[in-house]
Design a protein around this ligand. Structure first.
Ligand code: F6P
Length: 320
């Protein structure tokens, strides 16, 4: 394979730039001509193709966001849009594609592989950690660390005023950001979409922890359950403690990637190119049990993510 392209798609994630760098430099190492597609599938449809050189990716390993920019593209769901995307690839003689993105982006990659025969490799780039086939997605670790940083600051003021803090984190329909940031920040309660909650039980738990001498309460709520404002309003209706909502929002999508995300980016990007260089397409790369793996793209997108109930129970046992 001599000419390949890469794009970043969907919500950006810290580590995408480090992955772009790894893909471009590994491709050049194997003698490939590498093109960047700007603005994800929208750019592929519109023909926003730029050549990527060794120096195009200098000084970006530490940067959040994505140098190629990203977009959510509804047109890629239509046959017309897909044909335009394939036309762009043909126009530049591009033989293989690397897609860095989440679930929705992988579905676009699956269509290009299955229906149009374009060898495509997916790199899991999303803060949500909602892909079943890989233990971690690129950006998740940094996003959780950003949440921790903010929660640490909140704790200071919440403890001073003996308040209940309701913190909303992202994750779409997946509770992993809430689960990990809840455990790592020492939250008393986490509320995730995977497990039904009962407001009366939450109030009882707040009362128990206050009886055990705690001066404040931290509740981490995943956005897939409800917003912090709404949750705090309902909770306030049932407790005399002072409740305050905080939505971390898009801050958790930005920032310099952590060591873990940079390491994943280097390995995912390199593995994607090794596969294309071996003439292998229609795969996604990931990490399982600390090993870099690859898997059939259709199989990967059809797997159902399992919630880590053991971690959830751990929080119940150590949060009092
Ligand atoms: O998929 C990443 C993510 O940040 C989700 O956690 C969140 O639900 C969504 O994207 C927000 O999307 P947007 O940036 O389009 O508002």
């Amino acid at each position: 394979m001599k000419k390949i392209a890469l794009l970043t798609s969907g919500g950006d994630a810290p580590g995408m730039n480090a992955a772009i760098r790894a893909v471009v430099r590994s491709g050049i190492y194997y003698g490939m001509e590498v093109f960047g597609i700007e603005r994800g599938y929208a750019g592929l449809i519109e023909g926003n193709v730029i050549p990527m050189e060794m120096r195009s990716v200098s000084n970006i390993v530490q940067c959040g966001g994505t140098k190629l920019r990203s977009a959510r593209c509804m047109e890629m769901l239509t046959v017309e849009g897909q044909k335009k995307a394939v036309d762009t690839l043909e126009k530049y003689g591009i033989e293989g594609l690397v897609v860095i993105g989440g679930d929705g982006s992988f579905r676009g990659a699956e269509v290009l592989s299955r229906d149009y025969g374009v060898p495509t490799i997916g790199i899991p780039g999303t803060i949500d950690n909602d892909l079943a086939y890989t233990d971690y997605t690129l950006g998740f670790d940094t996003a959780v660390n950003t949440c921790l940083d903010i929660i640490n600051k909140l704790r200071d003021t919440m403890t001073s005023h003996e308040r209940v803090s309701v913190v909303e984190v992202m994750g779409r329909r997946c509770g992993d950001i809430a689960l990990y940031s809840g455990i790592a920040s020492g939250a008393e309660i986490i509320v995730v979409p995977e497990i039904a909650f009962d407001m009366n039980e939450i109030i009882a738990k707040i009362n128990r922890s206050r009886a055990h001498g705690k001066h404040s309460t931290l509740i981490v709520v995943a956005e897939g359950v409800m917003g912090a404002e709404e949750f705090a309003k309902r909770l306030q209706a049932g407790t005399e403690h002072d409740v305050r909502p905080t939505c971390i929002g898009h801050v958790q999508r930005g920032g310099s990637p952590s060591m873990s995300d940079r390491m994943l980016a280097a390995q995912f990007g390199n593995k994607a190119i090794r596969l294309l260089n071996d003439g292998v397409g229609n795969r996604v790369v990931g990490i399982r049990d600390n090993k870099i793996i690859d898997m059939d793209i259709i199989e990967a997108v059809s797997m159902k993510k399992e919630f880590n109930y053991e971690l959830y129970e751990t929080l119940q046992m150590i949060s009092m």
